[in-house]
Ligand binder design. Sequence first.
Ligand code: AMP
Ligand code: GLY
Length: 424
Amino acid sequence: MRVLVIGSGGREHALAWAIAKSPRLEKLIVAPGNGGTQTLATNASIDITDHDAVVGLAKAEKIDLVVIGPDAPAVAGLADDVRAAGLLCFGPSKAAAQLEGSKAFTKMLCDEAGVPTAAYGKFDNERDALAYLRSRGAPIVVKADGLAAGKGVRVAETLEEAEDAVRDCFSGAFGESGSTVVIEEVLEGEEASVFALCDGHNIVMLASAQDHKRAWDGDRGPNTGGMGAYSPAPVMTPQMLERTRREIIEPSIRRMAERGTPFTGVLFAGLMIGKSGPRLIEYNVRFGDPECQVLMMRLKSDVLDLIEATAAGDLRGVVPEWRDEVALTVVMAARGYPGSVEKGSEIKGTDTLNSETVQVFHAGTARDGQRLIANGGRVLNVTALGATVAEARARAYAAVDQIDWRDGFCRRDIGWRALQREAG
Ligand code: AMP
Ligand code: GLY
């Protein structure tokens, strides 16, 4: 099978790594890829926002299956254009990608499908939004409707902060994404993520994970795309996973099909697990990054079989197998992330670390001849397996400590919550 993976993050390196293990793989191309994907696939430096260029590459390379990694191409409808060209594609249609592209759409779907989520209001003007805020009081959550690179959500402790967030949205801080605003109640509990493959109608639950969104130790500092993750999430017991499937994922997928916009691809449910059970915070229409890295580390089944069955609408009876071990990943980022960073510093010592239990997935890296160069904000995902959280974490940090990169930093406390639980 000839496969084209779209994207250039740690998620796409992990997907490419897992796909490359498949005995069915004939040729693997990653567009645009990074310094890590280059070692196990061919990187194609095309502009992935140019859908004609993607289709052109896929045709020229006789690709059998296109796998869309990130949110932006999914929301932009790349899957529709790939399918219109007669190619098999793993990823949602533009209409189904609204589950990530519009928070108001997801709230409406929750209403229609009876999915438990935070009570909310939806506004297209500042005056009504501010009036609603004042009637509700703080704490309260203000969200720009559309994609905002992870910056469009404010969990406001005070009314002033919430009002500022509303004004930011309507004054154009997030462009078109902020022209509609969702305001919702603060959910209490522990956050976890669950992933499910969907072929439009059938659902295959994958594993759970938890990530660390804040930049600094102790879950402090600015929000990021994710500074580390582990799988499974201890809070997602088999009962909680089953409830999530029954109360959240299944009714959502059923309703999407009834609306005439069936969802295919991987659905990423961000959950709050509270006293009354799981509630949906948000959907994403792709694997999480860095959650994908820990999932791929634990997956025993051939990922190509799973992805192909999803894309082909053929998931019935598919049961993925997982390693029992915990996987944990530590993100190494360039100093300054999530603010502006310098590119171009050299990274040494990554190439000899990979083993049965450790994999260094690359995100923002590039190769300059033999040299590995930092080329983005999040740069490496040092990922390890272990019998326990403590063991996986010790292995991951031992590997981190072998890496010689003066301009990088990482959190030192990834997995603290799971570790506390493990310690009892
Ligand atoms: P994002 O992933 O950028 O959309 O950020 C969403 C984050 O904001 C979540 O991971 C939660 O930590 C937080 N959040 C969003 N909505 C709520 C809510 N209703 N209650 C509590 N926290 C929330
Ligand atoms: N790590 C969170 C995300 O991928 O959205």
